[in-house]
Design a protein around this ligand. Structure first.
Ligand SMILES: *Cc1c(COP(=O)(O)O)cnc(C)c1O
Length: 220
């Protein structure tokens, strides 16, 4: 770990002052529960996992902590029930069928499942996510589903973009997000920025950053 958790929090606090409030989500995939517990002890509350089978034992082992769990990986229909039960947020929604199953399986007495739509912002052929032009109609379709609360959009830009293109990509995401707000959706979450690029993402308008390596070190 190059820098301590507190140093990163301090840096992001300063960026939050300069731009907009930013929530840190610690991406704990391929890290052990003990490491999650240690970060929690330092004050971190939001954690994200990509794979259900890996996440379930950790969620169980850490059930004594007030963690907000975010699901950020690909979602198969047969996993929706457990995802809807175990997580507070799902940031990787990009198919109506998946949204419908998550809604169906969310317990009525639980708080609504917090949803971000994943956007394939650089329109990469192999990548998950909605095309930018599909986002608004998809958001409108979610209005009919109970027990889901649409919070915003999430994206993973193309890897190794030159800095100027990466910044332009973040700005395109910001305008997509602003368009949703202007269309009357009460969204407040623009989830973009990872270990290598989060200061740039915050500068471009991120309200949530998803940090793995810079908080936990290299993955196992
Ligand atoms: C792994 C992952 C991250 C964190 O990546 P780092 O580069 O380690 O910060 C963020 N978002 C998603 C969707 C991921 O899968």
């Amino acid at each position: 770990m190059a820098r301590s958790y507190q140093q990163i929090v301090k840096q992001i606090d300063a960026l939050s002052q300069a731009y907009q409030p930013v929530r840190i989500v610690a991406v704990s995939k391929r890290h052990l529960s003990e490491k999650i517990r240690a970060l929690y002890a330092l004050g971190q509350r939001d954690f994200a996992e990509n794979y259900l089978q890996e996440a379930l034992p950790k969620i169980k082992a850490l059930a004594d902590l007030a963690i907000k769990w975010h699901f950020i990986g690909p979602i198969q229909s047969n996993k929706c029930k457990q995802i809807a039960a175990g997580f507070h947020w799902v940031q990787s929604v990009d198919r109506y069928k998946i949204a419908r199953l998550l809604a169906e399986h969310r317990e009525p007495q639980a708080s609504p499942l917090q949803i971000c739509l994943q956007v394939n912002i650089n329109q990469e052929s192999q990548k998950a996510g909605l095309a930018p032009a599909e986002v608004e109609d998809f958001a409108a379709a979610l209005r009919d589903l109970p027990r889901l609360s649409l919070r915003g959009i999430m994206a993973i830009p193309q890897v190794a973009l030159p800095r100027a293109e990466l910044l332009a990509t973040f700005y395109r995401l910001r305008s997509l997000f602003a368009n949703l707000q202007q269309a009357g959706f009460a969204v407040d979450t623009l989830s973009m920025g990872m270990s290598d690029d989060y200061p740039l993402a915050i500068q471009a308008g991120a309200t949530m950053v998803r940090l793995g390596t810079c908080l936990f070190g290299p993955r196992r």
